[in-house]
Design a protein around this ligand. Structure first.
Ligand code: ZN
Length: 193
């Protein structure tokens, strides 16, 4: 196998790169590499081009931390979304999940890494946007409850109510794995904390 591999450097470096993607194992990586290098070279070039563009243009919104191709995302710059509600999520991809339900009309803030949150700027944004309610859209785990308490504590002194999404959200799974109806119910029957 070693010698055989030696003559397929480019193929195996593609396999090894694909394998580094989340959720992709060795077998899937090999299948994809074969498909891209032999079965559909056109698709392969298209993907390569899309990756280059995504690297160049996709970034995080400087206000909410969601994905954007501009400095400030569509949601943060939409005055109609400034309704006094701010939904705090753990990961930018959670915005897609909540937007798909289409019922939340406020704005977002992404936690990302807790230590990196600039609370001075965050508080300033909350005041400027006249935010009245903070909604935590986390799945219930002990670690997530601790994050909620930490943030609530950091935002003490501001005129805010805090709530978290309610029942129907199973413990310990990401928001994207919850069906839309359950998530929609969890939003409308959110609990004050
Ligand atoms: Zn934004």
């Amino acid at each position: 196998m070693k010698n055989y591999k030696n003559n397929l450097n480019h193929f195996f470096s593609l396999v090894e790169s694909l394998e580094q993607l989340p959720t992709i194992g060795k077998k899937s990586a090999q299948k994809m590499a074969y498909y891209l290098s032999i079965d559909d070279k056109y698709l392969a070039l298209k993907i390569a081009h899309c990756i280059e563009n995504a690297i160049d243009y996709v970034k995080k919104c400087s206000i909410c931390g969601g994905l954007s191709e501009n400095e400030i995302c569509e949601i943060c710059s939409d005055e109609n979304r400034n309704n006094g509600q701010l939904c705090i999520i753990l990961h930018p991809k959670d915005i897609f999940t909540i937007e798909e339900i289409g019922e939340f009309e406020g704005q977002y803030f992404t936690i990302g890494e807790l230590e990196k949150i600039d609370f001075t700027t965050f508080k300033k944004n909350i005041k400027e946007k006249n935010i009245k309610e903070i909604i935590f859209a986390f799945s219930p785990t002990l670690a997530n409850d601790a994050i909620m308490l930490f943030i609530e504590d950091k935002l003490q002194g501001l005129d805010l109510t805090f709530s978290k999404i309610a029942q129907g959200v199973p413990t310990g799974i990401g928001l994207e794995n919850i069906d839309q109806l359950s998530l929609s119910r969890a939003f409308s029957s959110r609990i004050k904390i």
